[in-house]
Write a protein that binds this ligand. Sequence first.
Ligand SMILES: [Zn+2]
Length: 604
Amino acid sequence: MKTNILKVFIFLFISVISVNLYSQKPKEKSMFEKYNLKQVSSEKVGREKRDRETNVIRAKYNEYYVNRKYSSPDSIAISYLKDKHSEFDLSENITEVRVAKTSKSLGGKYIYFEQNLFDVPVYSSNCIVALNNGDTVTYVLNNLRNIKKYNLQKTKPRISSNEAFYLTLSYFGINDKVVRNPKSKLVYFESEDNGLELAWKINIIAMEPLGDWLVIVNAENERIIHVEDIALYHNGSGMIYNPNPITTAQTTYGGNYVDNNDANNTALQNERIQVTLRDITLDNGFYKLEGPYCILDDLETPSDNFPELTNQNGFNYARNQQEFEAVMVYYHIDLASRRIESLGYNIPELRTFSADPHGLNGDDNSHYMPSQNYVAFGEGGVDDAEDADIIWHEYGHAIQQNIGIGNMSYSGETKSVQEGSSDYWAVSYSRSVSSYNWGFFANWDGHNPFWDGRRADLNWVYPTDYVSGHNGGQIWSSALMDIWGDLGRDITDRLFLETHFLWGQSPSMEDAAEAFIQADIQLYGGYHLCSIIQHFRAHGLTNRELTVSVSNRTITADETISGCDVNVSNVTIQNNSKVKIDAGDNVNINGTFEVKVGSELEIK
Ligand SMILES: [Zn+2]
């Protein structure tokens, strides 16, 4: 039982912590968006549209204009606008517009004019004159802006495009290393709040905040006028195993549920489920498995042909097709990466992460390549990428190398810590999908004649049961899954991620446990220590005491007393000492407990 006073302390501490967690979350994209382009309003009058403010023609849907003096479509369109200049509120020689583009379709020819002021284009200001195949002007759209009213004088930009670029970066709070393809152009921009302004139009692609950003920066007073994400996002869909056919069929390896040289059968076909493939890329009319979190890349042999489809919902393959693993890898890496962000961690190196669904010369193994930061999956036995556990496991290695100090050594106990951590990351996910045989790591790729697989539900104790390498990591993954059973997935995953920052390059098994304890102290004020310490003790990973007794003592110097339960009896604190009791569960006070004037006692 906890005393009431203790609960109040803990509650206060946790509310402070949760504020910190929120601040680690990415800012909402909408926080950056600022739409400030002046809107042009028009109304339809018969077969025309007119500007509500100026009565200028905005569209002509049924025009009929022939000019046989000219034969080129451009010249005909130009003569049309000159003849009708007053209807469009243009000067007689239409010097404020110029032909920006001409295109031709089966149905006709289209001349696109753009508006200019002092040879600088006016942003979002254009006029389209359409000719039919008989060179008659039949249709006109006029989106030119009414800028005469501003009576602007010609000026030069006071800041350079480069300065505008850096103003943009500081607006987003990012540096130039995390943006791709910056572009800039001088424009006149008509803003809703301030009229026509000479400005730099900056385009950058950023990963955080994710978007294809258009930013308009005033070229004189440096004001950020307008910010808009112009990216077009597409979701697709496809068929995958989640996490694997053995788990969803609630069976074990055998019968119809065997690899059989990657052959398909009805039973295995039926275990596929349909999922959304988020933010895939549309490139030249083809949907590709390329998104903000995962990019399929043919980095190793055997070579791959990745699906490129005209139908974004057509990623539906059977397990015997190579494309099936490509969809599996895209889906699960995208999900694992978004999982990290949803827990409040932003790791730029884990975005646009490369993965090769078929590598290692087809071997029965998979790997993460630290120097190039990618993962690849083998095909021996069951194709590795047919089992979500393997994908999440390899991605777990990417987490290890990219969170915290990185460059971790891959030897001794550190290797077991890494392998056990990757197993935990996989099993934590698959247990959240299904509790069926959740303790098995790699239910489909392993636990079969090809490979024994591993477990994350063993009662092995360190150091007695410890073996080096992958298998020793089962002590670590099993301890973490025991904690998961008490605290649930979200808290345990968050503590797990935080732990990586506290490892250094070569943690032992016990170092890893200490780091996990420290993570709970930092994130939750030690609120879960009783459960954590209890399970680590059961696996021999810590010798921290669950119960600490302080009795018949006079404390005369600063001291922190920490434990799961703290028993205090006949204690006096004096000499201006500061004493902190850091108890995970209970503080039990029996007999006298005195704090002399000048000394302090803090109970957490
Ligand atoms: Zn591994």
